[in-house]
Design a binder for this molecule. Sequence first.
Ligand code: NAD
Ligand code: IPM
Ligand code: MN
Length: 359
Amino acid sequence: MTQKILVLPGDGIGPEITAQASRILAACQARGLDVEVEEGLLGGAAYDVHGEPLPAETLEKAKAARGILLGAVGGPKWDRIEDLAKRPEKGLLGVRKQLGLFGNLRPAITYPQLAEASSLKRELVAGLDIMIVRELTGGIYFGQPRGIEERDGQRVGFNTYVYSESEIERIGRVAFEMAQKRGKKLCSVDKANVLEVTILWREVMERLAPEYPDVELSHMYVDNAAMQLVRAPKQFDVVVTGNMFGDILSDAAAMLTGSIGMLPSASLNESGQGMYEPCHGSAPDIAGQNVANPLATILSVAMMLRYSFDAPALARQIEEAVGKVLDDGLRTADIASEGTRTVSTREMGDAVLAAFEAL
Ligand code: NAD
Ligand code: IPM
Ligand code: MN
């Protein structure tokens, strides 16, 4: 049966970058990928039309799709919506939760051609290849109770950081299995010196370890992990952590690769259905200017083909095409350095497509 892909361009630079990724997707169809592609509304774009960030129609399409490609959601236009449930970001969180996309893979790979674009010294980042495994449907993002309320004559804001053993175990297994396929090192990041929820997290990771005897498990506090990521990032192979720590650490890891515009991601559930998106946001400061880097989104298509469509050969071709374009010295503004040629979003898409078609 022909499977479905849903493209959700979203807000800000979202439509610009997904347009380029969609061209690559079409080229994959021409090369035999048997999929049906449709578009939908999410985030601010959906709010403007339907008054809500995740319309029922979009959720239905998302459930029916094997793979979802998302640009990004949010922006200043919607930041003042009083009802938090109607904010664009809630639409994204809703898709993650409703589809059970708990396993978020965020690979930070420094292409050798881009070592100069990183804000760190070349020798620290050249050859870097880390995989951050972030829990995506639990933790402080979803914990109850939450809110802002009146207490003793003033307002207090509160959230709940909660993980059950089963939630920790299932993300732990994703991470251990990932480590087995890679460098066999797993670093679990927590705050077990302060927070009970992460004392439990550490216990569960330890309990799983004997089932993966070939993987070396270590633990690190999140503050130290943030420091170690910029001090000596190549010490890491796979990192596993909770929802909020993973959000923060993956943005930090992005700069190791040269730009947040280079970081793709996969968010998977137990049946291999997945949402694929760049790790960055809607970049309102550069939206509509045709300057955003589309490579993270294009590389997210490669992840989709690998993890949801079992088409690793096509995935590799996309990655190879991106490598070729970087070899040729083409750069969007965020990754430009001396001696490179700065191109627009659309020109970068043209170049990757041409390189892909030449393979
Ligand atoms: P951001 O990632 O959108 O932007 C941070 C900086 O990185 C900006 O200077 C931006 O220009 C730059 N940048 C991001 N993507 C780029 C690209 N592809 N090419 C070149 N430069 C790029 O983060 P922010 O400014 O904190 O958030 C803006 C909006 O995006 C907010 O509404 C936020 O909630 C939302 N957001 C959405 C997602 C998502 O949809 N997954 C992720 C993060 C933030
Ligand atoms: C991300 C984003 C989202 C998150 C926001 C927009 C809800 O920052 O995908 O990294 O915090 O997960
Ligand atoms: Mn983020």
